[in-house]
Design a protein around this ligand. Structure first.
Ligand SMILES: [Mg+2]
Length: 318
């Protein structure tokens, strides 16, 4: 009786390599060399097969050793396709090609985004050394990308309140405007401003004022749904973008926030507690034509101004 032992899917310390070649003996040869060095290897007999392996991966790929001449999808096409798949877009690719057909394939493959090439027949140790260098390159690219993402995230956040900052507000609203247009869906924004914040600052000092902002922001965060985003829009001004929400939806968010603030009043350093109130304006855009970035913000701003003028601690609709 045959039994198949499936290796557990865990990242090998040396890296994960995909070997793609229509010639079974070359594939086996390359795999053996790499496995001997401690690499984990997946094999595919065609370009189409390679894409299937990539789609099923659960751990990051470190290098692809890729035959150029294959029936069906050739190596150059495979490189092009890989570059379009986010999970493997930065993976180094080592082209393997026969001397006889060499130069043009190499040029096309490198232009398509391959990192290096070797002619067949190849020296095992040299091939392994190249794969090793390419794995390092992939890993560096991956680390760099992670750091970049972290830095971008950092640059989008207001350090005091942990809400997104105003720059990010404009970016998010532009994205949401495009999405609302595409899906013909509504989008609402709520622009709010803490009431009598200047009095808090003047009476209790700026450090206390900062703590009030932090407290308030955590209340805002606590009532948001998955897609909602909250921003520190100015000093004591905040904004919430509510994708998919109409006026009713935005009013519900506003109500939830006021309830959360009333349930858990802010406790001042001196010991007494107070409900922190705010004034707000809500504007909503429905579908395509009326959704303009500037318009909706100006509408919400005017509504906020009306809420202040009409006595504060209230919400007005644009
Ligand atoms: Mg071939």
């Amino acid at each position: 009786m045959l039994s198949v032992i499936v290796a557990p899917e865990q990242p090998s310390e040396r890296g994960l390599i995909l070997v793609v070649d229509d010639d079974a003996s070359t594939r086996t040869l390359v795999s053996r060399w790499l496995q001997k060095e401690g690499y984990e290897v997946r094999e595919a007999p065609s370009g189409e097969g390679a894409l299937e392996v990539v789609a099923a991966l659960t751990t990051p790929l470190d290098c692809v050793v890729l035959d150029v001449m294959m029936p069906g999808m050739n190596g150059v096409e495979v490189v092009q396709r890989l570059r379009g798949i986010p999970a493997v877009a930065d993976v180094s690719v080592l082209l393997l090609t026969a001397h006889a057909t060499g130069d043009e394939d190499v040029v096309a493959g490198m232009d398509a985004g391959a990192s290096d090439y070797m002619f067949k027949p190849f020296s095992g140790p040299v091939m392994v050394a190249r794969v090793r260098a390419l794995c390092r390159r992939t890993q560096h690219a991956r680390e760099l990308k992670a750091k970049l993402l972290e830095a971008e995230e950092h640059a989008a956040i207001d350090p005091l309140t942990n809400l997104y900052n105003r720059r990010q507000f404009e970016r998010t609203l532009t994205e949401e405007a495009a999405r609302a247009r595409r899906h013909q869906s509504p989008c609402a924004i709520l622009l709010g401003d803490l009431d009598y914040f200047k009095t808090i600052n003047d009476t209790h000092g700026h450090a206390e004022g900062d703590r009030v902002l932090t407290y308030f922001s955590s209340k805002v965060q606590s009532i948001l749904r998955g897609e909602d985003r909250a921003f520190r829009y100015g000093g004591e001004e905040f904004a919430v973008i509510l994708p998919g929400a109409d006026v009713e939806g935005a009013l519900r968010v506003d109500r939830r926030l006021r309830e959360a603030l009333a349930r858990d009043p802010y406790v001042f350093a001196k010991g007494h507690s107070n409900v922190i109130n705010y004034s707000a304006g809500i504007a909503c855009a429905q579908g395509a034509s009326d959704f303009t970035f500037k318009g909706i913000v100006e509408d919400a701003d005017r509504a906020l101004y009306a809420a202040k003028r009409n006595g504060r601690n209230r919400t007005e609709l644009a």
